[in-house]
Design a binder for this molecule. Structure first.
Ligand SMILES: Cc1ncc(COP(=O)(O)O)c(C=O)c1O
Length: 387
């Protein structure tokens, strides 16, 4: 009889992606998975056509198209304050997701511990299990999702190998402050820990908040794996273009895993992604303006319906308290997708199961990465049918 590897027992398939499948089956508006329903910038579409004309149909070099890596290194210097050599300190991956997987797989030995802030983006735990590591959860403070210094320090042991830092944060929308980043940096340096940063929402940031890259903090250059990508900033989640930047020695291991996992990211799309660097500052400010408008509309509308929303400072999700509806998050999400035609993600998929039920089961996550008209239709459906 077929028996799967034991390490698969620690996790299930992604609930976020499952909700998208349920949205399709139920013809629901999909506010579960974070993907836009509008077109990416025209420059990128033209980039694909040009890449086809250039006949970029074969494997790229495993580490990624060199011109793209060069552009990424300039962006890392200018936007993130991180200095890396495109030759051997940047690797283009199949999305930030693969970057995270390759990074975790390259540094963990069995029983090594990984600090994961809770709630967390779904991918971190399964990959830690696949690498036979042990996730150590540090719950963010309930009131504002800030880091509880004591809780964090309590979880640091001799076995702590890595800490995953996602800012802007999915699902809460929290943007980690410079004080919090400094705290993490000090802990990493004092305890010889590697930081893996997930900065996929680095440009989607509101209310004058500033994005801080952990890898730019002095002393962190040698021990930070910086991960980002093109999915969210350029509304091309299906292209699967992301990247990892790290100091040469760390990168050597990451490249070994990346090479055998995927060989390379899609060549045509790597070539086309270079066009993203032609976009002017105005593109980024318009993107933020669009999402900020969505955020404000969704928050006001959901609160009127009885949800208690947490206003995100970054990313494009609204983690919303559903305690007024007196139902579990999973039942509520199921009810919404089947009966109301709106798909959301139950909050418990961002927590580990042994946690306090009151916290875990009282949230659902709405994405507002869609057109405002899509959000209006979702609110119409909830209004007409929910109350
Ligand atoms: C925090 C976070 N990291 C990574 C990803 C995936 O990024 P990519 O499409 O580049 O794999 C997502 C997607 O929702 C995310 O929310």
């Amino acid at each position: 009889m077929l028996k799967f590897a034991k390490k698969l027992e620690g996790f299930e398939e992604s609930t976020i992606r499952e909700m998208t499948r349920k949205a399709i089956v139920n013809q629901a508006i999909n506010l579960s998975q974070g993907m836009p329903d509008f077109e990416p910038p025209q420059e990128l579409i033209e980039g694909i056509i040009e890449a086809i004309e250039k006949k970029e149909h074969q494997y790229s070099i495993t580490y990624g198209n060199y011109n793209l890596r060069e552009k990424i290194s300039e962006k890392l210097r200018g936007y993130n304050g991180i200095e890396v050599d495109p030759e051997d300190e940047i690797t283009v991956c199949c999305g930030a997701s693969e970057g995270i997987s390759s990074s975790i797989l390259s540094i963990l030995n069995p029983a090594d511990e990984v600090i994961i802030f809770e709630p967390w983006y779904e991918n971190y735990t399964p990959i830690t299990h696949i690498a036979e590591g042990v996730p150590k959860y540090v719950q963010l403070k309930q009131e504002d999702f800030s880091i509880d210094e004591e809780k964090l320090k309590e979880e640091i042991t001799k076995k702590t190998k890595a800490i995953i830092v996602n800012s802007p944060h999915n699902p809460s929308g929290k943007v980690f402050s410079s004080k919090e980043m400094k705290l993490i940096a000090d802990i990493c340096i004092d305890n010889d820990i590697i930081a893996i940063t997930d900065e996929i929402y680095e440009y989607i940031i509101y209310d004058g908040e500033k994005h801080i890259s952990l890898g730019s903090i002095p002393g962190m250059e040698e021990r930070t794996i910086t991960i980002s990508g093109f999915s969210k900033t350029f509304s091309i989640t299906g292209w699967r273009i992301g990247y990892v930047a790290a100091e040469k020695k760390l990168m050597k291991g990451i490249r070994k895993v990346h090479d055998y996992l995927t060989v390379c990211a899609p060549s045509i799309l790597q070539e086309a992604a270079i066009k993203a660097f032609d976009l002017k500052d105005d593109y980024f400010s318009q993107l933020v303006k669009r999402y900020q408008k969505n955020r404000d509309y969704l928050s006001k509308s959901l609160n009127e319906l009885g949800f208690k929303t947490i206003i995100p400072k970054g990313a494009y999700y609204m983690f919303s308290d559903i305690s007024n509806f007196k139902t579990r998050d999973t039942d509520f999400a199921d009810f919404l997708v089947k009966n109301k035609g709106v798909a959301v993600v139950p909050g418990s998929s961002f927590y580990h199961t042994e946690n306090d039920e009151n916290i875990v089961c009282n949230y659902v996550r709405f994405s507002f990465s869609q057109k405002i008209e899509t959000l209006e239709e979702a609110i119409f459906r909830l209004k007409e049918r929910l109350l």
